[in-house]
Design a protein around this ligand. Sequence first.
Ligand code: TYM
Length: 329
Amino acid sequence: MKERMLTGIKPTGNSITLGNYIGGLLPLIKYQDQFDLFLFVADLHALTVYQKDLTLGKNIENLVATYLAAGIDPNKVTIFKQSEIPEHTQLEWVLTCTTDLPDLLKMPQYKNYKEINKNKAVPAGMLMYPSLMNADILLYNTDYIPVGIDQKPHVNLCHDIAIKFNARYGETFKIPKPIVPETGAKIMSLTIPTKKMSKSESDNGTIYLLEDVEITRRKIMKAITDSENKVYFNPETKPGVSNLLSIYSALSEIPISKLEEKYANISNYGVFKKDLADLVCDKMAQIQARIKRIKELGIIHTVLKNGANKAGFEAHNMLETVYKKVGLK
Ligand code: TYM
C-alpha cells in the first residue's frame, strides 16, 4: 500500500503566489504517483483573516482549477474542501485540549501576524490555526506533509501533539513528518529578497500565478539584485540573485550549479532576468490557459464531491476512534 501524503493551500485572494506554487504545489506533481495524496482547500484557515469581500467561493474554484491545471490528476489524488468535512473542526477541539498554550504562542503564523499588526488585536483563530492543521493531518493517518519552510514548525508541532495524544490515550495517530523541497522551499519577495514572498507583501514583490504575464515580466525585470553582476548562489550576501536562481532552478529542473555555469560570463543581469521572465511567463500562460478550459468543462464541483466522499469516510472513522479513546463513546 502507498504511504499517505497530505497537504493544503489557503484560498485567500483570487490567485496563489509563485511561492505557493513552487513550494507547495509543484512538488506534488511527482509525489502523486508515489504516494496516496490527499490535497485539500484550506478554506477554514482562510477565515483566520477577515474575508470582507465574500469572494471565498470564487477563490476556492480558482484554487481547485489551479491544482488541476498544474497537473494534479483527480483520478489519483483525493481533492476536497476542508469545510465540507465537519470532523476537521471536531477533532480540532480534542487536539486543542491536548495542546499547551505556550506552544501555540511560539508558532510563526501567530507571531508574524502580531509583529505586522502591532496595534491591532490578534484574532483568536490566528492562535488556534496550528490546532486546526493538526486535525487536518491526524484525521487521515498521514505519513508525510509536503510544505514550504514557513509551515514546517506547524507540522513539527503536529508531530509532537500526535506523540503526546498517543502517550495519554494509547496508540491512535500515525506520527507525521514534514517534507520540504530541496529548491524553492522559501521563495522570497522580488522587492525585499530577505522577506518571504507572500500575499500580504507588496504587489511588486509578489508574483500571482493568475496575474497578467506582462505584469509578471515587469516585476522580474525590476527585481532587486545587487551591483556585482555575477550570477551565483549565496542567500546571505546575494539574496536577490539567489532567489531568482531558486525560482529558475525549481521551474526548469536545472540544478543551480548548472545555471551558475550558464551565466558565468554575463556583464549585467539583463539576460539572466529575461530568460527567467520567459520561463516564468510561459509556465504561467500555460497554467492560465488550462484553468480557463477546466472552468469551461465544469468539473470542479464533481472533483470536490468525489474527494469529500472519500475523505469524509476516513475522517468519520478516525473521529469515532478518537471519541472512544478520550471516553466520549
Ligand atoms: P499557505 O496557503 O500559506 O501556503 C500553501 C503552501 O505554500 C507554501 N508557501 C511557500 N513556499 C515557498 N515559498 C514561499 N514564499 C511560500 N509561501 C507559501 C507553504 O509552505 C505551503 O506549503 N496552513 C497552511 C495550509 C494548511 C496545511 C494543513 C498544510 C492547512 N492545513 C495541513 C499542510 C497540512 C497554509 O496556510 O498554507
